[in-house]
Design a protein around this ligand. Structure first.
Ligand code: T3D
Length: 278
């Protein structure tokens, strides 16, 4: 992340009118949600663009870590309620509700199926589908002034973008239901205690910490990371027998990687391994 001045250090997306931008640097693709004037809330155009960007970085073998973040003071406030209200007023209900299967679900699956680690750099408030997207990441670095709000119920809606899958796994059923039934902004420290945040970082250290963490992931054993996230995802929906079989298959898969061979040799030589992602 290239950074200019701001509270969270997150005002540095490239200056274009594109609502989702991507920067590639040394194996890290940083995906910026970039509609700060509306707290990076999702319009149809923005959802389509996010999906396209996620598909591009997924297919790019030079990308070994994906960072999701927002410009300005929000990560994302979820569905754009201005666009949503217009569609409701127009009575365009078909288009309105189709956005879940057409846009949010493919976005969730693109993150879930990524063959490289995904880091959410939660620079500010993450609400509704914005929170759901952050929950899909493998690791959430949360700036001290950021927070999460499961806003769905407050506007009379169910939840989406995998939130009912990820949230109970992060915090447990009881807490998940509390956050969904009683939407409120959960601050960063509470998010850490609940297990939503992986770590909380002071606002003025946020950009450096994200950059360093992402660089570490991008220099890691990418195929092993892909297998690890697949194993954990698989285990969430399968019994122990099935999970053990899947783990065995993933172990075989990573066992044939150059990174594994080289890391074992480095261990034997008492050296640090260099991972190429192969
Ligand atoms: O069919 C479908 O669309 C289904 C899909 C649903 C997916 C969803 O994500 S549903 C949930 C949608 N999101 C929300 O309900 C969150 C709404 N926003 C809020 O609750 C609060 O804004 C926040 C908790 C996120 C932040 O609060 P705060 O006090 O820091 O900021 P604010 O003053 O409320 O908002 C600042 C501005 O951003 C304000 O505009 P203004 O008055 O300065 O011109 C506000 O209207 C705007 N804004 C905030 N959230 C949205 C938004 N504009 C459009 N869409 C938003 N989601």
């Amino acid at each position: 992340m290239q950074v200019m001045e701001s509270t969270t250090g997150n005002d540095a997306a490239p200056a274009t009118s594109d609502p989702v931008q991507v920067e590639r640097d040394a194996g890290v693709a940083t995906v910026w949600l970039d509609r700060p004037e509306a707290l990076n809330a999702f319009t149809t155009e923005m959802k389509q663009r996010l999906l396209a960007v996620l598909e591009q970085v997924a297919a790019d073998d030079t990308v070994r870590c994906v960072v999701l973040t927002g410009t300005g003071r929000a990560f994302s406030a979820g569905q754009d309620l201005t666009e949503h209200a217009s569609k409701l007023a127009e009575g365009d209900l078909e288009a309105l509700w189709n956005t879940v299967p057409q846009h949010y679900n493919p976005i969730a699956l693109a993150i879930h199926r990524m063959t490289k680690p995904v880091l959410a750099a939660v620079n500010g408030i993450a609400a509704g589908a914005g929170a759901s997207i952050a929950f899909l990441a493998d690791y959430r670095i949360v700036s001290a002034s950021a927070g999460f709000n499961l806003a769905f119920g407050k506007i009379g809606l169910s939840c989406d973008t995998g939130c009912s899958y990820t949230l109970p796994r992060l915090v447990g059923y009881t807490r998940a239901m509390d956050l969904l039934l009683n939407p409120r902004t959960v601050g960063s420290e509470e998010a850490l205690a609940l297990g939503i945040a992986s770590e909380v970082v002071a606002d003025d250290e946020f950009a450096d910490r994200v950059r360093a963490y992402a660089a570490g992931l991008a220099a890691g054993p990418t195929r092993a990371y892909a297998a690890l996230r697949r194993c954990v995802g698989y285990a969430a929906g399968h019994n122990l027998e099935e999970t053990l079989e899947f783990e065995a298959a993933m172990m075989k898969e990573t066992g044939s990687s150059a990174d594994h061979q080289n890391a074992v040799q480095a261990f034997r030589a008492k050296q640090h391994p260099t991972f190429t992602g192969e």
